[in-house]
Ligand binder design. Sequence first.
Ligand code: TEU
Ligand code: CA
Length: 546
Amino acid sequence: MNLGDKSVYQIYIKSFKDSNGDGIGDINGITSKLDYIKGLGVDYIWITPFFLSPQEDNGYDIADYYKVDPMYGTMADLDNLITSAKNIGIELMFDMVFNHCSTDNVWFKRALEGDEKYKDYFIFKKGKKENNTPPTNWKSKFGGSAWEYVPNLDEYYLHLFHRTQADLNWDNPEVRAECANIVNFWIKKGIKGFRFDVINLISKPKEYLDDDDGDGSRFYTDGAKMHEYLRELNQVSFGKYNDIVTVGEMPSSDLENCVKYSNPKNKELSMIFDFKHLRVDYVPGNKWDNQAFDIKRLKDNLFGWQLAMSKAGGWNALFWNNHDQPRIVSRIGNDSEQYRVKSAQSLATLMYLLLGTPYIYQGEEIGMTNAYFSDISHYRDVESINVYSDLLNEGYSEKTTLEKIQAHSRDNSRTPMQWNGEELSGFSTTKPWLELNNNYQTINAEKDLNSEDSIYEYYHKILQLRKDNKLIQNGRVEELFHNDTDIIGYLRTDGQQQIKVICNLSDKELPNEFFRDGELLIGNYEDSNAKQTTIRPYEAVVIKEK
Ligand code: TEU
Ligand code: CA
């Protein structure tokens, strides 16, 4: 399958569209917006988990992988969505959270009762002999220890995330079979895409040792059996078909593994999410330690990865945003009234004409921004709430702590989709589960679609350009002007023809030393052209050179 001309629209279901007035997005809400999504020109819709869940981590804590959580609708609603999407040429991509499941899952409940079969679905360990403290000093990604003590078993269980998200034991063939059954169940329901959540954490070490240099992640990231387990899952489920797209979320992975995960010869996954290009506005290793955006680091990370992956036959998801990331236009663009639209368009040009498959996150197509909530009480994300108290305990002032949360909270991307300027922005008819961004009257889909300079329309043109252009789908990437600190430029080339992409990521008007002649394929200023003498603030120009 040619992944170079496909694109995906990611929906965070809880915040997309509420159809039944309970303040929570739902399946029928998505169905009601299929035409809006289709208008972008995407091929898939990735929907974040809507399975039965106690919602400790907004659905990434799954109690039953086969059931639709009633808060999102019914299986009939889902069948209707699947059919309605297929009828307009869109396939669905479901989110498979297989590194862990909810402690409400019947598997874990049976384990707590001491059922040995189900205890082996998880990672239970005795505490340290000397004082029954946790088996290792590993840290949960949501704060605190990665182990939770169960008194009646006198054992701890591992949870790399929240304590209600118990890690599954992938060394147990029964767990692997359970996961394959889940994928096959949804394939039979007509699902043609799967996103695998933190899938490179599933292969745990034989021995559980303290990490004297870190939080333990080096012991379980890209573990020894990763490729074996992914190949097995491929062979017994989606790999039996030639029309199913898969993507693995691979936090803190490396090039060698990501090539293996995504090179079609390896028969593992179709592509991967890597995050290095987003480590450009915080101190590496600590996302809460803000620092000014570093364009040089962006160029090194983005093109270093692009070139190495394409050379080795790997395949990237291309993305700026998702439900865990702050909004890019606030992060490295410019969310001021003057430049928000142009910087959103320039960033889209930079990312979505690279080699890979574009993933567009709800709201980025209309330039939605970070929320900047004025108090921690407005935030809902378990990670942000835990980190807020951790940072205060570390001695940061309330003001500094809130600034850190405002900059990097996952809730920045989870505020309800802004559909129009009416009360509650057309998302719901009642107070939403998470407050709207208070700029919804100026930033919303209706306003953008009716504007002369629509970001949505610009995204549509970019995706159309990919569909029309083999060079963009599969041409080589060659970076240009590496040392320039305002302009990011690259070629897409096959050695004969070339397309030049020039993006100004600054608010400066610069002399045009970047292109001369050629056919303008797209530009984000009304009068962008191949002969212009300057590059304007946040201007993007794409030229097919003669
Ligand atoms: O995300 C894992 C992940 O890499 C980020 O959540 C990151 O670990 C976190 O923000 C700490 O910096 C996936 C899902 O996308 C996320 O929504 C879930 O919370 C998480 O896994 C656990 O399932
Ligand atoms: Ca609802």
